[in-house]
Write a protein that binds this ligand. Structure first.
Ligand code: NAD
Length: 430
């Protein structure tokens, strides 16, 4: 794989291993994905032509429970990327104490180039190809970049057709009418909001004194922008794949969300006039957004956005990783040396998988919760685990990313070690 994303992800594990004493078996066990599946998916296109797409599903580890992780539709999807994302899911589920291992899936495709019917055929073809590899007690799917509730509904339906029974718990992030959970759409943003709100007072930071730039105005980024705006934070810049807008005095986030919904992209929001009248917004590039002088920088788009190249120019004081892997391990070192606090993806964006867990529990029990129950349980867990990770960081005098990995590793190693280690097998029964 060369110097791959997975090699980069593994460096985080190596760094955390310096601060915990684990049995050799645990370390060996966590170095490799448990199973990787690559499939070719034939799809009949609307014009009659046959196209073959490449799909993947990786189960990284399932010691603590069935694998859990999203499915990404993107032209950049590769086995390396899916393996890295499955690795992160393993640590994320352990960090939040969810009874799951880590998995991930993806299809190498630009979904915007497909018609809705082609997308449905591709999705059903993907499930046909991986059906033996997944299941509610084995490996549970969810949405990720460019997949949504409708696609999750097709996945559940296709799995049910193959199994000849209704199996809602094989997929989370489903539409409400098909067994989805209330609060799932907003869960990632809400979880990130609780992490921010738990950590900021530890630095004596108040919302009204705090400026925020957010890269990525999708499901997670736009909702988080709104939650922060409503709580009194000054959101000064937001972006999408086509560009960014910046207003030092603060953006009116609700009207940007409304304009984005109508015009589909940020550049149009900026050019439309009405938002420009509401806030004196400047049009900047995505690169410029990452280097703005703000308190909080929130990458909420794709991985590898802050690298060794641009990390020296990042002027934010805190980075909250809503995207998976937006800061490379080389950038971590540079940011640490410069006193920038990076709050890692495996904590910041874990609200999504936490409510996915709640959805799975509701599907299996057949009893559905109210939004108040979902939100209260999400808040409790995010606050509890954020505080626990903060305490590890203080105790060991380490950065929050390493602390989150240490916290997760201790849970993973408990589960791996009770199955028996070298010591267990070499000591006599006495
Ligand atoms: P999404 O598809 O809804 O939104 C992605 C946004 O990023 C879009 O606004 C897109 O225009 C923008 N974008 C793409 N490339 C960009 C670029 N180069 N610069 C700036 N913006 C760019 O996806 P999402 O569900 O919001 O997920 C975003 C990130 O959060 C991903 O890394 C995903 O893995 C992570 N995440 C999402 C969830 C969830 O529940 N949605 C959970 C955990 C993690």
């Amino acid at each position: 794989m060369g110097a791959s994303l997975f090699d980069d992800a593994s460096l985080r594990l190596e760094r955390a291993l310096k601060y915990v004493t684990l049995a050799e078996d645990t370390i060996e066990h966590l170095k490799y994905p448990k199973a990787c599946l690559q499939v070719s998916i034939p799809v009949r296109m609307d014009n009659g032509a046959l196209r073959i797409f490449q799909g993947y599903r990786v189960r990284y580890d399932d010691t603590r429970g069935p694998a859990k992780g999203g499915v990404r539709y993107h032209p950049g999807v590769s086995l390396d990327e899916v393996t890295s994302l499955a690795f992160w899911m393993t640590f994320k589920c352990a960090a939040l104490d969810l009874p799951f291992g880590g998995g991930k899936g993806g299809i190498t495709v630009d979904p915007k180039q497909l018609s809705k019917m082609e997308l449905e055929r591709l999705t059903r073809g993907y499930i046909d190809a991986i059906a033996d590899f997944i299941g509610p007690d084995v490996d549970i799917l969810a949405p990720d970049v460019y997949t949504n509730a409708t696609i999750m509904g097709w996945m559940m339906d296709q799995y049910g057709i193959i199994q000849r029974r209704i199996v809602p718990a094989v997929v989370t992030g489903k539409p409400l009418a098909l067994g989805g959970s209330v609060g799932r759409e907003t869960a990632t943003a809400t979880g990130a909001f609780h992490t921010i709100e738990t950590l900021m007072p530890k630095f004596d930071r108040r919302p009204e004194d705090t400026t925020v730039a957010i890269q990525g105005f999708g499901n997670a980024g736009a909702m988080l922008a709104e939650l922060l705006f409503r709580a009194g934070y000054r959101v000064v810049a937001v972006s999408d794949s086509r560009g960014a807008i910046y207003a030092p005095g603060g953006l009116d986030v609700p009207s940007i969300r409304q304009h984005k919904a109508e015009s589909r992209h940020m550049k149009a929001v900026y050019c439309k006039g009405t938002v420009c009248e509401l806030v004196a917004a400047n049009h900047i590039t995505n690169e410029e957004l990452l280097e703005l002088e703000v308190d909080l920088l929130i990458p909420a788009a794709l991985e590898n956005q802050i690298t060794a190249e641009n990390a020296p120019r990042v002027r934010a004081k805190w980075i909250f990783e809503v995207a998976n892997g937006p800061v490379t391990s080389a950038a971590d070192g540079i940011l640490n040396d410069r006193g920038v606090h990076v709050v890692p993806d495996i904590l910041t964006n874990a609200g999504g998988v936490t409510v996915s867990y709640f959805e799975w529990v509701q599907n299996r029990s057949g009893l559905y919760w109210t939004i108040e129950e979902v939100e209260a349980r999400l808040r409790d867990r995010m606050v509890r685990e954020t505080n626990a990770i903060w305490e590890v960081a203080q105790r060991e005098a380490i950065d929050l990313r390493t602390a989150a990995y240490v916290h997760a590793l201790l849970r993973l190693s408990d589960a791996i070690q009770v199955k028996g280690t070298r010591d267990y097998y070499t000591q006599s029964l006495g």
